[in-house]
Design a protein around this ligand. Structure first.
Ligand SMILES: Cc1cc2nc3c(=O)[nH]c(=O)nc-3n(C[C@H](O)[C@H](O)[C@H](O)COP(=O)(O)OP(=O)(O)OC[C@H]3O[C@@H](n4cnc5c(N)ncnc54)[C@H](O)[C@@H]3O)c2cc1C
Length: 452
């Protein structure tokens, strides 16, 4: 109780909780992992965060920042103190129309920010499928991506500067409002994707992009993943620069057809592309070029949306892919493995082999334009969990062997922590630990994450 009173002294009465309801709710994120904290604290300003960290640092209490808790890798759950940022850190401070950037607090919801930006014809490009409820601070801390990463990149490509409180309680201003900045080490870049292990972000200035004026979507069905993957590489090499480029493998096509009958019966792989342009005539020319490129790979169907209804129909399957995969099991082990773009077909072939080896269905879909594949190892019952985990380990091993990586957007957190030594050598892991020590000498910030 001593810590409770001291924390309450910093944030005031009603700012600290240790009752069953709070500890339970804040013990979960969107994984099914649980880590029970001792205190949930709602700081109201940066100064209070600095005091909390200074106190926790002196008493060696773990502190973990939390946005909306939508993380898919157990990033925001931990023992000790959970710093709940959404309640009081949710202001948009300034929209700078001249410099095309916005300064805001980390608890602002991604989708809300984009709603506010709409009248200015601007948007914040990172668009995780969780944009309706995930916080921008969580997006930056996870280096989140989404469907339009193929054109705009991931969160780290959209941050100019930030304010951050270190493990010691010291406050740092990092970066500038300039689009170019090559002076010194890139500490903003380092902080982005650091999953709350290096500091607590209290304010950020983010780059904005003008909203595309015209958009259209195209559905292309193939008789196999090889043709789809080759067509994707050719499309990207043509310079068309799609706004989104997504795929469904044969298992996903079958699961969606079973429920909704949306694709031709012979279709074994589905490619969905969104194109954008500022002028209608250039959009039309791009669609024509896309059709010509796709034709080289003998598609079974090339359908361009003619109206909003068709636009929605084209995206329906991809948007419902995650829930449709439940056709194959009651539980899934889903990962966001990423391989070089040119290796997608080869990787999916290996996935098939792993599926046969372990006798498990592995359905895949995702962001083919980034080589970012959502692998879903489907389990029919709990007794398949151990074998499922072995299959996941082998998927990671295959991806790494092909020059790929453990995560394209969901981060490492707790769930992928044990795989870090597969992907990084001793020296790299040591450098990671040394970096953490500089920002967080006593290791109180989100400990035991990212394999550290
Ligand atoms: C249905 C669904 C769909 C999703 N789709 C996508 C997708 O398409 N692409 C994608 O990339 N992700 C996706 N995600 C994952 C998740 O939404 C993202 O990782 C998101 O960025 C997390 O934001 P959050 O506010 O929920 O963060 P939280 O889960 O609360 O926290 C995530 C991490 O950020 C850290 N953190 C939070 N706030 C701060 C801060 N102020 N300072 C420092 N560190 C902080 C936490 O400590 C933690 O490590 C999806 C999740 C769900 C449930």
């Amino acid at each position: 109780m001593k810590h409770f009173s001291c924390l309450e002294e910093i944030v005031g009465v009603g700012g600290v909780y240790c009752d069953e309801a709070h500890l339970s709710v804040y013990g979960f994120d969107s994984t099914r992992l649980e880590k029970r904290p001792s205190y949930v604290v709602f700081p109201q300003n940066e100064n209070q965060i600095a005091q909390i960290l200074s106190y926790a640092n002196a008493h060696l209490i773990p502190v973990t920042p939390r946005g909306a808790g939508s993380g898919m890798s157990g990033g925001c759950i931990n023992e000790g103190i959970i710093l709940a940022m959404q309640k009081y850190f949710s202001s948009i401070i300034h929209i700078d129309l001249e410099n095309l950037c916005v300064t805001l607090q980390p608890g602002v919801i991604n989708g809300y920010l984009n709603k506010i930006l709409e009248p200015h014809h601007l948007f914040f490009p990172p668009d995780p499928a969780s944009s309706a409820f995930s916080s921008v601070g969580g997006n930056i801390a996870e280096n989140a991506g989404g469907m339009n990463a193929v054109r705009y990149g991931v969160s780290k490509n959209h941050i100019l500067s930030m304010r951050v409180v270190l493990g010691s309680g010291e406050i740092l201003q990092l970066g500038h409002k300039t689009y170019k900045d090559v002076a010194g080490y890139d500490l903003v870049g380092l902080m982005c994707g650091s999953e709350g292990t290096l500091g607590v972000i209290t304010e950020m200035t983010l780059k904005l992009a003008p909203k595309p004026k015209h958009i259209t979507s195209v559905l292309i069905c193939f008789d196999g993943i090889k043709a789809l993957a080759e067509a994707s590489c050719a499309i990207l090499a043509s310079g068309l620069s799609p706004y989104a480029m997504e795929f469904l493998d044969s298992l996903m096509v079958a699961a969606l057809n079973h429920k909704y009958q949306i694709y031709p019966e012979q279709a074994k792989a589905v490619l969905i592309i969104k194109l954008m342009a500022n002028h209608l005539d250039s959009l039309e020319r791009d669609v024509l070029e896309l059709r010509e490129i796709a034709a080289r790979f003998s598609p079974l169907l090339f359908m361009r949306a003619q109206n909003q209804d068709e636009e929605e129909r084209i995206w329906f399957g991809r948007k419902n892919a995650s829930q449709a995969s439940n056709f194959y099991g009651v539980k899934k082990l889903n990962e966001d493995i990423t391989v070089p773009r040119g290796s997608v077909a080869k990787f999916l072939h290996r996935v098939e082999k792993i599926s046969q080896k372990y006798g498990l269905t592995i359905a895949c879909f995702g962001h083919i334009g980034d080589g970012n594949i959502h692998t879903n190892v489907m389990l029919k019952n709990e007794s398949e969990l151990d074998v499922g985990k072995q299959a996941v380990r082998e998927l990671f091993a295959q991806a790494i062997e092909m020059g790929g990586t453990l995560s394209g957007e969901h981060g490492i957190g707790l769930s992928k922590s044990s795989f870090m030594p597969m992907a990084f050598g001793d020296l790299e892991m040591r450098i990671f630990r040394e970096i953490k020590k500089v920002f967080d000498p006593n290791g109180i910030l989100n400990p035991h994450k990212m394999g550290l």
